[in-house]
Design a protein around this ligand. Structure first.
Ligand code: ATP
Ligand code: MG
Length: 216
């Protein structure tokens, strides 16, 4: 955590947004790497409500995604879970979420954690300048996506904002929820890609059963 002029420790907390459809080890490794590198007291996972940009893919019920995320974070005492996006009506926007946390606790330094792909979405879609008023950004490396594109944003965002984006190399995990859903659709194993409890929850509740009848 950062130290203030008074010598007091400021609390630093990470926010990890995602559809988590389903949550997998890529998410967990990125969150833990960010916690380590930035000395975060905790990381709060925030499953999205209805994702505005994911209308053409099967998105499991928010309550299923919430419970799968819960099962995944249980073993880490520094990981927490929030319903804020699930309970907010309408599409999920990162800006609203950052406002919510920053206003709830202004004494905390907030860090929004994303993968290399998602940071570009956030910064190129919604009034990005406003986001920086609420949080710093940690962009975790992810196989298949280059962090270089972020630097190209400097033209648009300016130096001051760029300094609030922190690239982070994490142990490369080429896992995506899309790939996991595709494996489930084909009836393949997802063992070792997601925590065991999540694997069992999906099987027991037939969360992605609808995909089995989908043809490609
Ligand atoms: P989908 O394939 O459905 O888009 P996803 O695997 O990208 O799923 P999301 O829920 O979209 O998962 O991602 C939530 C956040 O986690 C995003 O910021 C994303 O960039 C990041 N993320 C996902 N997988 C990884 C990974 N393997 N390594 C690093 N970051 C990741
Ligand atoms: Mg994604």
């Amino acid at each position: 955590s950062n130290t203030t002029l008074m010598g007091k420790q400021r609390r630093a907390v990470g926010l990890m947004g995602g559809t988590f459809n389903p949550i997998h080890y890529g998410h967990l490794v990125a969150a833990e790497a960010a916690r380590d590198a930035f000395n975060l007291d905790q990381v709060i996972f925030i499953p999205s409500g209805q994702p505005p940009h994911k209308s053409n893919v099967f998105v499991a019920d928010p309550e299923h995604r919430y419970l799968m995320t819960f099962l995944a974070i249980v073993p880490n005492q520094h990981f927490e879970l929030s319903r804020v996006e699930i309970d907010r009506p309408g599409p999920s926007y990162t800006l609203n979420t950052l406002q919510y946390f920053a206003e709830r606790d202004p004494a905390i330094d907030w860090y929004f954690i994303t993968g290399a792909d998602a940071i570009l979405d956030i910064l190129t879609w919604h009034q990005p300048e406003r986001l920086f008023g609420y949080a710093e950004f940690i962009a975790a490396s992810r196989p298949g996506y280059s962090l270089d594109k972020i630097y190209a944003l400097e033209q648009r965002l300016g130096r001051e904002h760029m300094e609030r984006i922190h690239p982070l190399e994490v142990p490369a995990l080429a896992i995506s929820s899309s790939q996991i859903r595709e494996r489930l659709r084909m009836g393949l194993s997802i063992k070792y890609l997601v925590p065991e409890a999540v694997e069992h929850y999906i099987a027991k509740n037939r969360v992605y059963q609808a995909l089995r009848h989908e043809r490609r």
